[in-house]
Structures are given as structure tokens and as C-alpha cells.
Write a protein that binds this ligand. Sequence first.
Ligand SMILES: Cc1cc2nc3c(=O)[nH]c(=O)nc-3n(C[C@H](O)[C@H](O)[C@H](O)COP(=O)(O)OP(=O)(O)OC[C@H]3O[C@@H](n4cnc5c(N)ncnc54)[C@H](O)[C@@H]3O)c2cc1C
Length: 367
Amino acid sequence: MREGGARRGKMVLPMLTLAEHVPLAPHCTLHVGGAARFLVEAVDEATVLEAVEWARTRGLPVRVLGGGSNLVIADGGVDGLVLKIGLRGVTARPGPGAVEVTAAAGESWDALVRHTVEQGWAGLECLSGIPGLVGATPIQNVGAYGQEVSDTVAAVRALDGETGQVVTLGPADCAFGYRDSLFKSRAPGRYVVLAVTYRLAPGGAPSLRYADVARELERSGVSRPTLAQVRQTVITVRRSKSMVLEAGDSNARSCGSFFLNPLVDATQLAHVEARAAGLEMPRWPHPDGRTKLSAAWLIERAGFSRGQCDGPVGLSTRHTLAVVCHDGARARDVVAFARKVRAGVEARFGVRLHPEPVFWGSPGLDQ
Ligand SMILES: Cc1cc2nc3c(=O)[nH]c(=O)nc-3n(C[C@H](O)[C@H](O)[C@H](O)COP(=O)(O)OP(=O)(O)OC[C@H]3O[C@@H](n4cnc5c(N)ncnc54)[C@H](O)[C@@H]3O)c2cc1C
């Protein structure tokens, strides 16, 4: 196989099967983006190690691909090695008052949540219905409806691409924050997550910290919900916002929330409040002393509405925070639309929104 040509094909090395010029759009939920120069699907750790070493010796960047549900891949694709994670396996180790569940990075996240709920292990139930794979959950400290994986992550097993060593990181090493971690912002691209261990509570009560979920349970006449009822309710609420991936849903081509809820200090808050004079602005105190604002509220009050489109890209008809692709969309259309939303919010409130998904290639939102 010629390494320089644009022909698709496969290169079989002693242990590695490298596919070349592989379109990535089918591998991500936005369904946009170009091709990977090289792609390896790793179903065991030895393949992960070998693929990373193969790329290192050629000076090629490595991009790790899970379920592609939090990615914007540029139309020009990825000039490097895309490592698709296919590691499987789940084990459970009971201990006093807790069970430690270890799942390989390529396991489906929602299948794992369902399994833990069926076993009666509390800790992940509010994270039901989130697309993607286990290995991505520590990357942005996946969270929803009052739970985050940082509440339960006990250990992350990962390949450190800088040293070539497999390491086990504890929760403090992971530097978890709001949709953030060591893996996302402090050392992006350094680690390949191989497996994650969650510490769960057998027979524990479900977490009920979110008004939407509590309201929906009340509506169904459930006063003391089981884990299974909370899981089902979360999925019902998510479905009403097109926040579960379902074929046939015209909002399905998204990566969930496109923007983070901004965290502002007291001075910034005062500026935003001045610009929002006369409006009832939602806000929540953040543990670090800052205030969290609602990105969806800011977007709506800046004049954008659900379902609003610029050609093939627009906002979800059911959730202001989701940017959705339609037929003919390209990554550059997603970027242009997201920039327009961000500029509108900045002009109206003086707050700069930051994207939640990860951008591969350029243009990103800031270029
Ligand atoms: C409809 C919808 C709803 C969503 N709802 C939520 C929500 O409620 N809460 C939430 O937090 N997120 C949500 N998301 C975003 C997304 O599902 C999560 O962030 C998910 O964890 C991404 O998993 P993935 O396997 O698809 O990762 P990918 O999109 O494949 O990758 C995302 C990032 O993680 C890195 N990565 C992936 N796997 C590994 C690994 N094994 N090792 C190292 N790096 C890795 C990638 O390189 C990339 O930087 C939603 C997305 C959609 C489409």
C-alpha cells in the first residue's frame, strides 16, 4: 500500500491492521468531517500500545475515537492516526458497603449504566441515556441531572503516551471539574483511557437532585423511586429534549449540548446582570465561589430560537443548546453557525461561551 496516495485500503503489519483514508463522518454523531489518514481499531491493550508506538516512531499525532458523540471533525479530516477504541469487558469486585465495577474503555456507556441499575448498584442512574463509550466518560467528567462520573470514579487505567507506560490514576490525579479533567484540558491527547473503575453503592438510594426528574416522577405518582424508575424517568425527560440518540429524530445529528454553561466571577456577574436588567436570569452558585449561568437562557435571550437554521445547520427544535446538522451539512457550516451564536451572546451579554465538544482539525471555533 502506497503511504502517500489518497486511495483507501489496508496495511497489515505484524500486529496492526491499519486502514487508510477512512471517512470519519460515519463514526461521529454529527455525521460531518473528512477522513483519517490512518485508522486502527484496537480490541485489546496490546494493539493500543503498538498503534501508539507505530505513530510515535513516524511523528504522527494520535487521536482517540470512542463513539464520536462529542466530536466536531474538520472537513479536511485528520492527518494522523485515529485509534478507535474497541476494548470490551466488565468485571465487578464486591467490597464492604461498595462494589467496584471496572469496564473496558470500549464498552457502551448506557449498557453499563443499565447493567448497574439492574444489579441494584446506585451511583450512575442519572447518567442514563448518554451516548458514547466508557473510556470517554472521565475525559469531560460526563454529567447530567445532578450526577457526574467524578462522584464515583475510583480509578482510571490509561496508557501514558509520553512515557509509553500503562498507569493507574486515582480520582485526585484526574483533576475533575465541571465538564473537565486532566485528560481534557491539562494534558490533552497524552493519555489513552483503557478502563475505568466506578465505586457504586449496592442497595443505595437513587440520586434525585434535579427538578425536571423529580417533577416527572411526581407526575407519575412515584414518591419513593427505585433506581430503575429514576433511570426510566431520566430517559423520558432526555427523550423529550432529543437528548437520546434515536433513528428518525430530525434532531439526532448533534453532539448534545454544544456550549458549556459559563462560570463567571462576581465582577463578570455584575456586568451580565446589568445587561440583563429587568430579566429573571437563572444562576447557580458553583462550589469554587463562581456563579454558573445557563447557556441556553443566554442564547435564547440573545435572540436565537429553537429550530432556527442557517442552511443545513441550526438549533435543535427541542433544545436550545444543541447544534444540529441536516442534509448537506459540513463541519465548516457547524463552525460558522456556532460562531454566530457565540457572537450573538457576547454582543448581548458580554459573556463568551465555550464549546463542550472537542474539535479535530481546523477550523475550530477560535480559528
Ligand atoms: C444526544 C447527546 C446527548 C448528550 N448528553 C450528554 C450529557 O448529558 N452529559 C455529558 O456529559 N455529555 C453528553 N453528551 C456528549 C457525549 O455523549 C459524552 O461526552 C460522551 O462521553 C462522549 O463519548 P464518546 O465515546 O462518543 O467520545 P468521543 O466523541 O469519541 O470522544 C470525545 C473526546 O474524548 C476523547 N476520548 C474518547 N475515548 C477516549 C479514550 N478511551 N481515551 C482517551 N481519550 C478518549 C476523544 O479523543 C475526544 O477528545 C451527549 C451527546 C449527545 C449526542
